[in-house]
Design a protein around this ligand. Structure first.
Ligand code: GLU
Length: 380
């Protein structure tokens, strides 16, 4: 048994458990025995005083099964309709399983825009905290019925990574249908070795995650590793393990060497930085001179107009914008205080000239340090 694992798990007061479609379903639709087993472990974890949030998949697969459809669902409306059918069944199954342990569940369905909008993000966070305070288990899924491509998390690995930050989880456990991350495609059974611990997500690690998607779920290993990168960047350990194994959560909590553990980045992003870095889509770019680059990277400074040499894209005040150095390397991402036309006019100028050029000055900084996530140690 590993001391490192034990140490990590001993400090866990809040856990996010993501359960993949491949874990929850068998050839007869939702696998009630597996769900009962998982719920039994979760009930035990909560009895010990740990708060649990679940991100679950399985709605589409369950709905499809209900409708007796065996092939792939092709159109968006088909998937959305299947999700609507399956989601209620999924919740009923969870609710019954938790009910046996006198625990209540709450359904939360989200789209990407619920988290990119700061006010809605805060509402989601407050609701989740209230549920946890009441000892209720929040069960989250993507709101597949209304989400269209632009608004989609894409897969629940991504959704879970975002929620881990919302609830400031102490660990994210991603339960899937493989043992963890292998050093090569696990189909090559003789040579593929399970990677027990990942201290840094290097290019080799990214290459190890095959692009091959999970036959029933959405993401496959690639999306789990992309999610691991985000989660560990905000200081949260991340474990990938086989969900169908009986007692899997109990074993993980006991610190057993199970699945793949990704260690958190030491110099990690705080919650707001993470939100800026990973939840928001950039709307434009500003290129910085060396002075501004160093001031941001090494001296904790804000971005002033004088350090900007070039502006790209159309953005409004408050939009997320990438800051690049003259060679195009990413330095930071932040929320701008001026729109792209204004930045175009004031770039290269001293702060004292802003009012003269624009006729007003709302802020000295184009991006204030508090609204910026800075890249260090490949954090972004
Ligand atoms: N939201 C989808 C469902 O419940 C699953 C997405 C995923 O597997 O990543 O069926």
């Amino acid at each position: 048994m590993s001391d490192l694992r034990k140490d990590i798990m001993a400090g866990v007061k809040k856990v996010l458990i993501k359960v993949g479609t491949g874990v929850l379903t068998g050839k007869d639709g939702l696998d009630l025995t597996i769900i009962d087993n998982l719920v039994e472990d979760i009930a035990e974890i909560t009895r010990k005083g740990c708060r649990v949030v679940i991100v679950t998949s399985g709605a589409i697969a369950s709905g499809k099964h209900r409708m007796g459809i065996t092939g792939k669902l092709k159109s968006m409306p088909e998937k959305q309709a299947a999700a609507a059918i399956g989601q209620s069944r999924l919740m009923r199954v969870y609710s019954n399983a938790f009910g046996k342990h006198n625990l209540y569940v709450a359904q939360i369905l989200l789209t990407m825009s619920d988290l990119t909008d700061r006010a809605r993000y805060i509402n989601v966070r407050n609701t989740l905290s209230q549920l946890m305070e009441w000892g209720v288990i929040p069960i989250i899924n993507e709101n597949d019925t209304v989400a269209v491509d632009e608004l989609k998390f894409g897969d629940n690995d991504h959704l879970a990574a975002m929620i881990a930050n919302v609830v400031e989880a102490d660990v994210l456990i991603n339960l899937t249908n493989t043992e963890g991350l292998y050093d090569r495609n696990p189909k090559d059974k003789k040579r593929a070795k399970l990677i027990r611990i990942v201290r840094e997500i290097t290019e080799d690690i990214e290459a190890a995650a095959t692009a091959e998607a999970d036959p029933v779920g959405m993401g496959g290993m690639r999306s789990k590793v992309v999610a691991a990168k985000k989660v560990t960047a905000c200081g949260i350990p991340y474990i990938i393990a086989r969900g169908k194994k009986k007692g899997i959560l109990r074993d993980i909590f006991a610190g057993k060497e199970i699945g793949t553990l990704f260690l958190p980045v030491a110099d990690h992003l705080n919650s707001r930085e993470y939100w800026i870095a990973y939840t928001l889509r950039p709307r434009g770019k500003v290129y910085l001179d060396d002075g501004a680059r160093n001031a941001i990277l090494h001296h904790g400074k804000s971005l002033l107009p004088s350090g900007i040499v070039k502006v790209e894209g159309q953005f409004n005040m408050g939009d997320p914008v990438l800051c690049l150095d003259t060679e195009g390397k990413l330095i930071a991402k932040g929320l701008v205080n001026y729109n792209s036309e204004e930045v175009e006019k004031i770039k290269g100028l001293k702060t004292s000239k802003i009012e003269q050029v624009l006729g007003y000055k709302h802020y000295d900084e184009v991006i204030h340090r508090d609204n910026m996530a800075v890249t260090r140690d490949k954090r972004l």
